[in-house]
Design a protein around this ligand. Structure first.
Ligand code: NDP
Length: 335
């Protein structure tokens, strides 16, 4: 079983040298345990935070242990009556080719149906990132038909699901993404009404002008994924009583400060600004996953994936994700 361990912590920017590839024997199964062969490993921005040992909402990843991560795969051996060889499952197997899962623990392993939804989607649109979009939109922004929604990192795993969910609620949906290719994809494939390339704008005033053009009635809901200049520009265009779901601040994940240019706009526009962590709201997952699975089955949510081949390429693919090189959900294919 090949595994990738966190070997040392980044100072500033993370690098591939923070990780180490090792090979180990898989231990024999005990009662209640299941051996899973991973088909795909999910790479997600939250992993960057786990690499630090500073205080964060998530526990830091211990050095010398397999990197944490979501996985989908198949059961190859089972000592649990509910899991049979060949079952397709989703879990938190980590950066390795096989995992031994204590399936007696509630929520440790979940069987999934691949009749209408490809296995890998359970790590993206019909998995944690999809539920993240659902929670921020439905529970924090609470949109009304006809309102204008904006999301940054619009073509990513979370962003693409958000677009479909907001369109299904009759909103105008405007994305913000990096580069003309991503913006064209947001409009042509994901159904966004418009998408703004933030890389064309050197300051918040220039970006705010573009937002004014695409959001003629102002912005009622904003789903924040990046922070920095993008947030400053959006704040300039928020309507009174607008809602902001603070989901991520990826522009600052390497540790640099992300100052807010004009916090008084929160007061002036009586905004609701609320952060959240999707894993603290397990109660909404079944409802959210049902809606997301239906959107995929109906062809209304067609997420894109960027797939790296082989476990050994996971660190480099992860560096790419942190720099926006991924186009849609970043995965590593292991089988
Ligand atoms: P994505 O698939 O969207 O990939 C990350 C994207 O972020 C990149 O493709 C890039 O898109 C953008 N990006 C990277 N660096 C920067 C930067 N410096 N400035 C602006 N944009 C940047 O990832 P996910 O969909 O998985 O996650 C999106 C966000 O949601 C992240 O911030 C993540 O931490 C957060 N999240 C939060 C959760 C929660 O519970 N709160 C749960 C899951 C995710 P582009 O090229 O368009 O700039």
């Amino acid at each position: 079983n090949r595994q990738i361990l966190l070997d040392n912590r980044p100072e500033g920017e993370a690098t591939v040298n923070n990780f180490k590839l090792v090979t180990t024997e898989t231990p024999p199964l005990k009662d209640g345990q299941v051996l899973v062969r991973h088909h795909f490993l999910s790479l997600d921005p939250y992993m960057r935070g786990r690499m630090n040992d500073s205080k964060s909402y998530a526990a830091s990843q211990p050095l010398g242990e397999v990197m944490i991560g979501g996985t989908v795969g198949e059961v190859v051996e089972s000592r649990h009556p509910k899991f049979l060889t060949g079952d397709r499952v989703v879990g938190m197997g980590g950066w390795q080719e096989y995992s031994v899962v204590d399936a007696l623990q509630p929520g440790a392993l979940r069987k999934v149906d691949t009749t209408h939804v490809p296995l890998s989607y359970y790590l993206g649109a019909v998995g944690m990132p999809g539920v993240t979009a659902w929670y921020g939109l439905v529970k924090i922004i609470n949109p009304k038909a006809g309102e204008t929604m904006v999301i940054s990192a619009a073509t990513g795993a979370v962003g693409s699901a958000f677009g479909a969910l907001a369109k299904a609620r009759g909103c105008r949906v405007v994305g913000i993404a990096g580069g003309p290719e991503k913006c064209a994809y947001a409009v042509n494939e994901l159904g966004f009404d418009a998408c703004i390339d933030y890389k064309l704008h050197k300051d918040m005033y220039s970006l705010a002008k573009a937002l004014k053009q695409e959001c003629p009635n102002g912005i009622d809901g904003y789903f924040e994924n990046v922070g920095g200049m993008v947030l400053d520009a959006v704040l300039l265009r928020m309507n009174a009583f607008g809602r902001i779901a603070v989901c991520g601040m990826i522009a600052g994940y390497d540790g640099q400060p992300l100052p807010l240019a004009n916090p008084a706009l929160i007061l002036i526009n009586r905004l609701k600004v609320e952060g959240f962590i999707v894993s603290e709201h397990m109660e909404v997952w079944p409802e959210a996953l049902t809606e997301l699975g239906t959107l995929v089955a109906q062809g209304k949510l067609r997420p894109r994936e960027t797939i790296a081949q082989g476990l050994e390429n996971a660190p480099e693919a992860f560096m790419g994700l942190l720099k926006g090189k991924n186009f849609g959900k970043q995965l590593v294919k292991l089988v």
